[in-house]
Design a binder for this molecule. Structure first.
Ligand code: MLT
Length: 404
């Protein structure tokens, strides 16, 4: 009789955003007359920029012509895209990352879930609490997290680094020494971030204790303050301890198009084993590349027209973020984030739990958000709203919340 991977049985409930989608759909079915405003999952609402649409059209035409048709993509991704990434996201910022240290993928979610498989199952992981659930859940599936305590909602072998109002959402070095440290900056879900100096301390710490940092920079395009690093490789020594994951979803609206990349520097080694070689082996074996037309669309993100159009899109979402922060503050809420990230993290009112506030907001204001406790125990009593809605819906949601 075959056996299944028992680790899956340890996962409590379903994936956070699947649970929310189910609850919202049940509510909508029971109340078909209600118009919901969705500020829950961080999904973009603005259409793809014209420069990207043009690139997609051109690439589609190429695929229909025998002279320019393309089949399987090269293992690491097309050079035209990896060169554009290396130039714009790294060299332009003074970071020496070469095109062959960049692995193009179908998105940062897959990479953030998959990257753990090149590490020993004995490794201890450290995560911020609250945290993007994929990091923990994918390690549960791998059998790296020990047992789950439903009352405290913690895994016995995971090292949690609480990020709360009290510590300014800055994780402290844990008492136990981790082997793998997940950092998402600017942060999902709190919308807060670290200064470059604070990030440098993490790089120094990782190099000192021999840990690897899995650095998720999906929200980098939203950084507005000058003392925040745009990539971990701005920090000295990061190439010997950090893997960086990047997404095209939030900076270019590719949530439905799918494109991302991972940087594994050649200097990153465990003894004499190269992590770059391991990820290349994994990529070559298990992945056949993001589609050619999508990689061409990714290249257009770095064109002059693409950059200008996307700067406009980011400004649009950040206008929403400011409206949410200001509107909620006027309504008496305590808010965090939303300055370097498209997420606003708020304290729930009247001691409500995160899920109580979720239900209250859904039923009373018909606004969908994300309960903070879904991201980890330290998220209890907090709630996340996304700035990725349309401006009109964002203002309408705020009007409804102010009337509560
Ligand atoms: C979120 O809402 O946290 C994100 O949209 C999830 C993701 O990017 O996978």
């Amino acid at each position: 009789m075959f056996k299944v991977n028992d680790n899956y049985q340890k996962l409590p409930g379903s994936y956070l955003f699947s649970t929310i989608a189910r609850k919202v759909s049940e509510y909508q079915t029971a109340h078909p007359d209600k118009t919901l405003i969705r500020l829950g999952i961080g999904d973009v609402t603005q259409p793809l920029a014209p420069a990207i649409i043009d690139a997609l059209h051109r690439a589609v035409d190429e695929m229909g012509d025998a002279a320019t048709f393309r089949g399987y993509a090269p293992d690491l991704g097309y050079e035209f895209l990896r060169d554009a990434i290396a130039q714009n996201d790294y060299r332009a910022r003074g970071c020496e990352i070469s095109a062959d240290e960049i692995f193009v993928s179908d998105g940062a979610k897959s990479d953030s879930g998959n990257i753990q498989e090149i590490f020993s199952v004995d490794n201890r992981i450290a995560v911020c609490d609250p945290v993007y659930p994929v990091y923990v859940d994918s390690n549960v599936m791998a059998g790296r997290t020990g047992t789950y305590d439903p009352s405290s909602e913690v895994w016995s072998k995971v090292i949690y680094m609480p990020c709360t109002k009290e510590n300014g959402f800055v994780p402290e070095f844990p008492r136990e020494t981790p082997d793998m440290i997940y950092l998402c900056l600017p942060n999902n879900p709190t919308g807060t971030t670290l200064t470059k100096a604070q990030l440098q301390e993490w790089v120094d710490y990782a190099n000192r204790v021999g840990a690897v940092i899995i650095y998720d920079g999906a929200y980098e395009a939203y950084i507005s303050e000058s003392d925040v690093a745009h990539t971990i490789y701005e920090c000295e020594g990061a190439k010997t301890c950090a893997i960086e994951l990047k997404s095209f979803s939030k900076n270019a609206g590719f949530t439905g198009v799918r494109l991302g990349y991972t940087v594994v520097p050649k200097e990153l080694k465990c003894g004499d084993v190269s992590l770059h070689a391991m990820w290349a082996r994994r990529h070559g074996t298990k992945f056949n590349g993001a589609p050619y037309i999508v990689q061409r669309a990714g290249e257009a993100v770095y064109s002059e027209a693409g950059k200008a159009q996307l700067a406009g899109q980011i400004a649009y979402y950040m206008k929403n973020a400011a409206a949410i922060r200001n509107g909620l503050t006027e309504a008496g809420f305590e808010t965090f984030g939303g300055v370097n990230a498209p997420y606003i993290w708020l304290k729930t009112p009247d001691q409500m739990t995160s899920w109580e506030f979720f239900d209250y907001l859904l039923e009373t204001a018909n606004v969908v958000g994300t309960p903070g406790s879904g991201f980890g125990p330290s998220g209890e009593g907090y709630f996340r709203l996304t700035a990725f809605g349309t401006y009109e819906n964002t203002l309408a949601a705020l009007e409804r919340i102010k009337k509560l």
